[in-house]
Write a protein of this length. Structure first.
Length: 384
């Protein structure tokens, strides 16, 4: 059976994997080694030094490529390291168009690390693909898309943007952290690069910090591999193993995340003390039609604003939650709650934040896979 034709739920478990050659271990061993014996100078079994390659990392990279329907996977020490590698494809003077509702760490990397090196970033609304073309110049080399966006859950039309990117020969990269390949496959929709903070849903157990890139083009893969090796922010063997183990249950976890997400989004939407709920599964969501066409389901990420809520009200609610843990991050089996204004988005100036809807009272939930009844009871008591 050709691997490409396997269904997603099979790929998460078998994609790019075969039993270890040495002893038939079904799970790839943790090759906790920095170097490899050579029989003559340069004569080795494909591994010379673990920054360049490590067999456990290779197993993870093959699995990543498989589940994203791509040819080449690369695993990094963090999601930020993966994004850093993508921007290093550029040179001073190049321009990047990015979504304006963006992971705070990506905004910080772009503005504070790469802008001083002469790369120009423009943050624009991308809910309408028509809004993008006017910003394209001869210097535009990369379009950076996050969808669903964080924390406003806007949905951006990957296919429409990829047509534009192709027309002007611009690279299109999609941060697929929130959706995961269970929900959407950016490469199939025309993106050149798919990026993950595998720290989140792919790892799934809040026990690693890992990043990933997947591409189809050999030349692009070679360039990224060179940057990975030369800059050195690689994923270690233990973290590779844990992420690989996480990926094997991605499909069953995501199914439950989506079910619980729907139940909770609907509960909050009916709650008299809740002003607004952001979740792409609602028919009234402004991008619901795009969500339906490019995603298989709507995920477990939800943001909401309490009625007449202030900064203090939001803090009070998140502090009262007992099953939802107040924490940064998302995508683990356990439910988390966050307050973007003081946590993930505190590095974005208040005026910038509020322009895109990240008001002081906004609360973001990463709905876990616990029993939905318990999660609702928890929200009920905290909001009361
Ligand atoms: C967490 C996150 C990142 C950064 O990944 P790390 O693994 O924390 O470095 C990037 N994008 C999104 C959408 C994220 O949620």
């Amino acid at each position: 059976m050709s691997e490409k034709n396997l269904k997603f739920n099979t790929k998460t478990i078998h994609g790019g994997q075969k039993p270890d050659a040495a002893f038939g271990a079904v799970m790839p061993p943790i090759y906790q080694t920095s170097t490899y014996a050579q029989t003559a100078p340069g004569d080795h079994k494909g591994y010379a030094y673990s920054r360049s390659a490590n067999p456990t990392r290779t197993a993870l990279e093959n699995a990543l490529a498989s589940i994203e329907n791509g040819k080449y996977g690369l695993a990094f020490a963090s999601g930020m390291a993966a994004i850093d590698a993508v921007v290093k494809l550029l040179k001073p003077g190049d321009e990047v168009l990015s979504t304006d509702d963006l992971y705070g760490g990506s905004y910080r990397l772009f503005k504070q690390i790469f802008e001083p090196f002469g790369i120009v970033f423009r943050f624009i609304g991308m809910q309408s693909a028509n809004n993008i073309e006017v910003h394209i110049t001869k210097k535009t080399k990369l379009i950076w898309v996050e969808t669903p966006t964080n924390p406003m859950m806007q949905i951006i039309d990957i296919k429409a943007i990829s047509q534009l990117a192709k027309k002007y020969a611009i690279l299109l990269a999609v941060d697929n952290t929130f959706a995961t390949p269970y929900l959407q496959l950016p490469l199939d929709l025309g993106a050149d690069i798919v990026m993950h903070s595998a720290t989140k849903y792919l790892g799934g157990h809040s026990d690693v910090v890992v990043g990933a890139l997947v591409v189809n083009d050999k030349e692009l893969a070679d360039k990224l591999y060179f940057i990975q090796k030369a800059s050195g922010a690689v994923c270690g063997p233990m973290d590779s193993f844990l992420t690989l183990r996480g990926i094997k249950t991605l499909h069953v976890r995501m199914q439950r995340h989506c079910e619980n997400g729907k139940t909770i989004a609907e509960y909050l939407a009916k709650h008299p003390k809740i002003e607004k709920v952001y979740w792409p599964g609602f028919q009234e969501h402004p991008n619901h039609e795009i969500a339906k066409s490019q995603m298989n389901d709507f995920g477990g990420m939800i943001s909401f604003v309490p009625k007449g809520g202030s900064y203090e009200d939001a803090i009070k609610i998140v502090e009262k939650l007992q099953i939802f843990t107040l924490a940064e991050s998302l995508g683990g089996v356990e439910s988390l709650a966050g307050h973007p204004a003081s946590m993930t988005h505190s590095s974005i100036p208040k005026a910038e934040r509020e322009k895109i809807g990240v008001v002081d009272a906004l609360i973001r939930l990463s709905v876990g896979i616990e029993d939905a009844d318990d999660l609702i009871e928890d929200l009920k008591q905290a909001i009361r």
